[in-house]
Design a protein around this ligand. Sequence first.
Ligand code: ARG
Length: 462
Amino acid sequence: MTKTSNQMWGGRFAAGPDAIMEAINASIGFDKRLASQDIAGSRAHAAMLAAQGIITDKDAEAIREGLLTVLSEIDAGTFEFSTALEDIHMNVEARLKALIGEPAGRLHTARSRNDQVAVDFRLWVRDQCDAADEALTALMKALVQQAEAGADWVMPGFTHLQTAQPVTWGHHMLAYVEMLARDRSRFADARKRMNLSPLGAAALAGTSFPIDRHATAVALGFDGPTANSLDSVSDRDFALEYLAAASICAMHLSRFAEELVIWSSAQFRFVMMSDQWSTGSSIMPQKKNPDAAELIRAKLGRIFGANAALMMVMKGLPLTYSKDMQEDKEQVFDAADNLMLALAAMTGMVETMTPQRDNLRASAASGFSTATDLADWLVRELGLPFRDAHHVTGALVAAAEKKGCDLPELTLAEMKSVHDGIRDDVFDVLGVENSVASRMSFGGTAPARVREQVARWKEILE
Ligand code: ARG
């Protein structure tokens, strides 16, 4: 026994779809998340149809009220989604028909599901750009707060994860603020480019009805209508740009998460993560694991995966719409959900973590971290060419290594045996505080510079 044909498009069909056909075809399981955007789009469309005299004001009013009822049913959780009706667009329209009867059938005049889904999805992704902006701002504020508290706390700076030069905690925190600011601007950029309305492109070619695409664009908060109907229904660049920005942002979060994993280890002890953002082990009672940081580190996998997946979906599609494009939504939904989760978790961790000032300083002072300061001193005070100073300093490091001490613990006599000209005041630059304070070049790690940047960011993030 075959089912009856689809009530929305089944005019030419004698039989309904196979059950598996229905399963592979239906998107309602996930695109129900576009309900409020779909209804907003339909309301704008209906109002425009009436203003243009394409449908009557009376029908438009019935449609408007009916759509509001549908929305309230969806919000209340009483709406019955049907897989047979495939997607959110047809679910809403079918319910509207049940509620208001004949005028519901006029809503789809001069429109297609192709421009409908394009507009719904743009509205949804646009909201996600705004949500990302807000969440990034909160995280940046938390980082600035950490930077302000520890503007002059000394810690080791690394290259190759080897101790390089002393830096300040505040400087390190602000490095992430810079990255996240670029993320914000990437989302803002993508938002600006996507903010054109595809509604009214209809199936692919435009429509013979005298519609006003500028009016629906304005009603939905767009800067204007898209200019080519073929492009309008087949373009998913906006989703890809969102995913690209999300991927880069998640990559930044992942790098910071990795640092938190390292820093919270017993070997480093640079930070103590709060209990709220840690988990225990079921077998090893001493453990406090940075699971949230590890999960944030992993999130890039699925977010960048979504970006790659949608690229692959789109890459071979001829113009215009193909059903392949229905596979865009789950990727973007999953990426957005996980990006928001990662941002919120990172903000929570940063707000509640406690940097271990003494351990940071002790670590900064080890590993010959002021060797460059010593070389610079030889250049400045003794007039050595930098290459020679580098060589002399290398010999001093070797001497300290042999003695089993750090540079400041070498005696003046030991230093002089390497280079005769070295004087007592060399010890002034060997302290880590002196070292960071001297890095006053613009963008440098000196506490005074960090405080300037903290002030700048506080003003920006107001
Ligand atoms: N559910 C579809 C999607 O997400 C809506 C557009 C369907 N268009 C069509 N011509 N079948 O892409």
